[in-house]
Ligand binder design. Structure first.
Ligand code: SAM
Length: 272
């Protein structure tokens, strides 16, 4: 319990700084703008799938931050009712100012949602569950998402996994670059434990079975970008590995995804 309280403080203070620094900008919580753009393309590809694009859907974004992504979606899908939930009062205050017609925002905790069972057709998260800093809390978050989803409803998750991250650091180490550490406010999922845990309640859906063979929706949609931005670019420049948004990296961002070199991955889960 004590650990949980201090983890919560870590998260609240981290996002207070993000809110002050980035306000309503797309750089809030993600300074790498290619990652931001590709995440949004991937979420849009999901929403455009045959089985997810019906109007009258009720959609929940957990960890909506400053509401940037939610606003893009709500504007493009005016027949859909969106709710954004976040733990951070500071980011939510910015999201609420967007005044989006078909969206509302509330403060809450993904480990204990106050929504009724089976309230939503779609839940999505963009790097939110990795802010739960132990596996038990992450399990609670996943259980709550399953609880509030209707049977057959979808959870589109854009979250980070250790496998892609380990491959990335292995590639860096081979070339004499140091490993990148995991940020203090994140805990990445172990793919095997994750798959075992969700198996009783969710099926992992192949996007092509829902009528989409789009590279933007592949689980490894960020792999080529990570390899370019975090291996090749720092190797050539011998510069700051955190240097973001260069033209060199942008050029390679037009490549299709290849390999498993990205911690951030996307999965479509369907409630059984
Ligand atoms: C990496 S940020 C991503 C925000 C937003 N999705 C974006 O892409 O900018 C993670 C978000 O999850 C929120 N969050 C962290 N722990 C949470 C929890 N237990 N319940 C709900 N939201 C949480 C944070 O406040 C933060 O806004």
């Amino acid at each position: 319990m004590k650990e949980s309280v201090s983890n919560d403080q870590v998260i609240q203070s981290h996002y207070k700084i993000q809110a002050e620094k980035h306000k309503d900008s797309p750089s809030s919580t993600m300074e790498d703008q290619i990652i931001r753009q590709k995440e949004i393309e991937s979420i849009f590809s999901f929403f455009n799938l045959r089985d997810t694009s019906q109007i009258n859907n009720k959609v929940l974004e957990i960890g909506c931050g400053n509401g940037y992504t939610l606003e893009q979606l709500a504007t493009s899908f005016p027949g859909t009712e969106f709710q954004g939930l976040d733990f951070s009062h500071d980011l939510l205050a910015i999201a609420a100012k967007r005044k989006i017609k078909n969206a509302s925002f509330s403060q809450g905790d993904t480990r204990k949602l106050t929504f009724d069972n089976e309230s939503f057709d779609i839940v999505y998260t963009e790097r939110c569950l990795i802010n739960l800093l132990n596996w038990e809390d992450q399990q609670k978050g996943l259980k709550e998402i399953a609880r509030v989803l209707k049977k057959g409803g979808f959870y589109f998750m854009v979250e980070s996994f250790t496998d892609g991250f380990d491959n990335l650091n292995k590639a860096r180490n081979e070339l004499g670059l140091d490993s990148i550490p995991v940020a203090h406010h994140n805990l990445y999922f172990n793919k095997q434990s994750f798959k075992q845990f969700i198996e009783p309640v969710f099926t992992i859906v192949d996007p092509s079975s829902l009528g989409n063979a789009d590279a933007k929706l592949a689980s490894n949609f960020l792999s080529s970008h990570y390899f370019t931005a975090r291996v090749i670019h720092p190797l050539l420049t011998k510069g700051d590995p955190n240097l973001k948004n260069t033209e060199f990296v942008r050029f390679f961002s037009f490549l299709p995804p290849s390999g498993e070199y990205a911690p951030i991955q996307a999965f479509i889960l369907q409630k059984k």
